[in-house]
Design a protein. Structure first.
Length: 239
C-alpha cells in the first residue's frame, strides 16, 4: 500500500539511488529528489539524473504524478577540504588505512545533514538513500551503524522524527538489479542501464550491457559483476 506521507530521496544519478527512487515512488504518495554538486570528478552523473527523471515522468505513468520537486545543492567546500580520487585527477588506489582513495571523508554525513535541513523546510519526514554495506567499496559512512547514528543525531539536533530508509543496505548489486526488475520491469532496468552513471572516471563513451563507463574502475567493476550475477541467475532459472 502507498503511504500517504511524502519522502525525500538522495538521488545522485547512479544505479543505487535510481533504484531507491523507484522504491520510494512505489511506496510514498509524493517523492522529492535531492542531488549534490560537490566538485566530483564524475560530475556527468548530474546530467544523467536529469535524463533519468525525465524518463520516469514520461514512461512510468503510475509514478509520474508522485514525482515532486527536484533539488540540487552546491557543496564545493566538500571538494576543497578533501583530497580523494573522486575530487582530484589522481589514480584510484588503496590507502595505508585500507580504505580506497575514492572515499570522501564526511560526504554522506554532510549529505544527510543538508537533506534533513531541506526535509525540515519542506515538511518531509522520510529520507531515502542508497547506501549499502553488503557489496560496496568499504566506505565507513555507508554502514548501517553510521546511518542509525545519524538518524538519532538528526532527530535530536532538529527536534524532528525523521526516518532514514536504506532499502539496499543488505543487498548486493545482483539483488539491486533484481529489485529494479521487480519494481518497474524491463523498462526500469533499461532506464537504469541507459540513463544512470556509476563510473568514477565519468566516462560515458564506452557502452556495456550494464551501462556506460570505463569498465575498469571499482564502481564499474561492482556494477558489471552485479549485472553478470543477476543475468546468470535469470538464465539458470529459465533453464
Amino acid at each position: 500500500m502507498t503511504a500517504p506521507e511524502p519522502a525525500l530521496v538522495l538521488f545522485s544519478g547512479g544505479q543505487d539511488s535510481a533504484t531507491c527512487l523507484a522504491w520510494a515512488l512505489d511506496r510514498f504518495a509524493h517523492v522529492e529528489t535531492l542531488g549534490f554538486d560537490y566538485g566530483q570528478r564524475h560530475r556527468v552523473e548530474l546530467d544523467c539524473r536529469t535524463a533519468f527523471l525525465a524518463r520516469l515522468g514520461a514512461q512510468f505513468l503510475a509514478w509520474a504524478p508522485r514525482l515532486g520537486a527536484d533539488h540540487v545543492l552546491a557543496l564545493e567546500a566538500l571538494a576543497a577540504v578533501s583530497d580523494t580520487a573522486l575530487t582530484r585527477e589522481t589514480e584510484i588506489a588503496f590507502q595505508e588505512d585500507g580504505l580506497p582513495n575514492t572515499f570522501v571523508p564526511g560526504r554522506n554525513l554532510v549529505f544527510l545533514t543538508f537533506a534533513a535541513a531541506l526535509a525540515y523546510r519542506r515538511g518531509l519526514r522520510h529520507i531515502v538513500l542508497g547506501v549499502c554495506e553488503t557489496d560496496y567499496s568499504g566506505y565507513p559512512d555507508c554502514r548501517d551503524d553510521t546511518i542509525k547514528a545519524m538518524q538519532v543525531a538528526l532527530n535530536l539536533g532538529m527536534q524532528r522524527r525523521f526516518v532514514l530508509h536504506t532499502p539496499l543496505m543488505r543487498r548486493d548489486k545482483a539483488a539491486t538489479w533484481a529489485m529494479a526488475q521487480r519494481l518497474g520491469g524491463a523498462p526500469l532496468v533499461e532506464a537504469i542501464v541507459a540513463d544512470t552513471h556509476s563510473c568514477y572516471l565519468g566516462d560515458r563513451t564506452r557502452s556495456h550491457p550494464w551501462g556506460r563507463g570505463c569498465g575498469t574502475c571499482p564502481a564499474c567493476e561492482l556494477r558489471r559483476k552485479g549485472w553478470d550475477a543477476w543475468t546468470a541467475q535469470g538464465s539458470s532459472t529459465r533453464g
